[in-house]
Each structure stands twice: as C-alpha cells, then as structure tokens.
Design a protein around this ligand. Sequence first.
Ligand code: XBP
Ligand code: MG
Length: 256
Amino acid sequence: MAWPEALIFDVDGTLADTERDGHRVAFNRAFAEAGLDWVWSEELYGDLLSVTGGKERIRFYLDHVNTAFERPGDLGGFIAGLHRSKTKHYMTLMAEGAIPLRPGVRGLLEEARDTGTRLAIATTTTPENVSALIESTLPGGALDWFEVVGAGDIVPHKKPAPDIYRYVLEHMQLAPEQVMALEDSAHGLTAARNAGIRHVLVTVNGYTLGQDFKGAAAVFDKLGDPGHPAESLAGPAAAEGIVDLAYLRSLEVTRP
Ligand code: XBP
Ligand code: MG
C-alpha cells in the first residue's frame, strides 16, 4: 500500500486564507449587528488567534482585552448567540466567493483523488463553515471527497489538543504513521504531533509565519502551482515549486 494512505487537511489558513478576510470580518459584522462597538483589527486578531475556536476567542477577548465590558448574566448564552450570528456572516462571505483556495490546494486534492489517497479534514472551525468554503471553491459534491470531516465542538478539546486528529484517525481506522497532516499553524502542528502523526507539512500564512514549527517534516510558504511556485522554509525543496504526492512520499521516515 502506497504511503501516505491519507492526507488530513486543516482548513483555516491551510486550504484557504480565511482568518483575516473571512472569520475576522464575520466576527466584526456580528458585533456590529448586536449593537456592540467592538472592532477586531487585523493586528488584534493576530493576537486573538492564539486561542482556537470562535466562542473561546470571544471569551478570551472579554477576559483579557475588553475587561471593562459589562457582562450579561448569561455570558455563555450571550457568546453562543454572537457566535451563531458570526457563523451566518461567515457563510454569507463564503457564498459570495470572498476567499479562494490557496495555490496548489486544488491540485493536491485532485491528485489524491486520482491516486486513491484518502482525504479528511481536521479543523477547529464550525462544520457549516467547512461546507461553505468547499462549496464555494470546488466543484459540486466536493465535500464528499473527504471521508471524514472532523470539525468544531465534535471533540471536547480544540487544537492544540490532539482530540480532533484522534477523532479523524479513529473514524478512518488508520494509525497515525499511515497519514500525512497539512497545517498552517504551530497549534495545528502540535495537535497533529500529539496525536502521534509523525509527518506534518506546514504551509505558513501572514499570521503564522515566524511561529515555531519544530517537528514539522517540511515548511513552505504555500503548496505551489505552476504560476505560484512554493518556497521551502525548512526541509527539502519541492521540484518545480510544487508540493505533490511524489514530494510528500519522499518525506516518509521509516522506523528503524
Ligand atoms: C481555526 C480557528 C477557528 C476559526 C473560527 O483553527 O481557530 O477558531 O478562526 O472558527 P484551525 P469558529 O485552522 O486549526 O482549524 O468561529 O467556527 O470556531
Ligand atoms: Mg489552521
């Protein structure tokens, strides 16, 4: 059986650059709609990304940034309501085609499909957001390309906890050494590694460039396609600047 048997993709920052112009904008729209004067700038949002999960991020913002805000009695219900509105705004942005896939993502997904390499998703974001992105960027029915979509509150602990990767591996009935994970952040890398996945390829973005990617099999600025070659930041370079399955196979480390 060819290695890797499966590719497990993170979503935000990996499939598409959704944070700055997608999630952040949707949070701000939800705040405005609720009559709140909160505005998450690009810079502040970069700091808030240290907390994964939108509901958790809002709570962190109130605990550490906007500490003067007079909290309603049912803070959990208030945050959940804001977050539902944020998800609605995010889905609208995706339906409008606000965010494209990153260079090389579609090529690698199609190559995996052509070669029988199984596909899955392991993400912190809400499941509806995954469907909205896939439906707006890939052909009809593309959600079915992914055997398992592990997303959001389906597990008790979000990344950097390993729960979501463990969930996906269990549902695919695969051992961690059989798969390759693709991530964009140190939290994502930690989650995959702590689930026992030895092979994690990182493609950085504006928010994650400069994070510590020790333990990654390779780090690139993107997966790369013919018009946008990938630049290697750590690990072996990819031929013609394209991270394809042949390249991923070359990263396999076999146990002595
Ligand atoms: C993505 C996240 C998410 C999104 C918001 O992490 O941290 O919290 O920013 O999504 P990853 P929700 O790339 O590791 O999946 O608001 O739907 O929680
Ligand atoms: Mg990510």
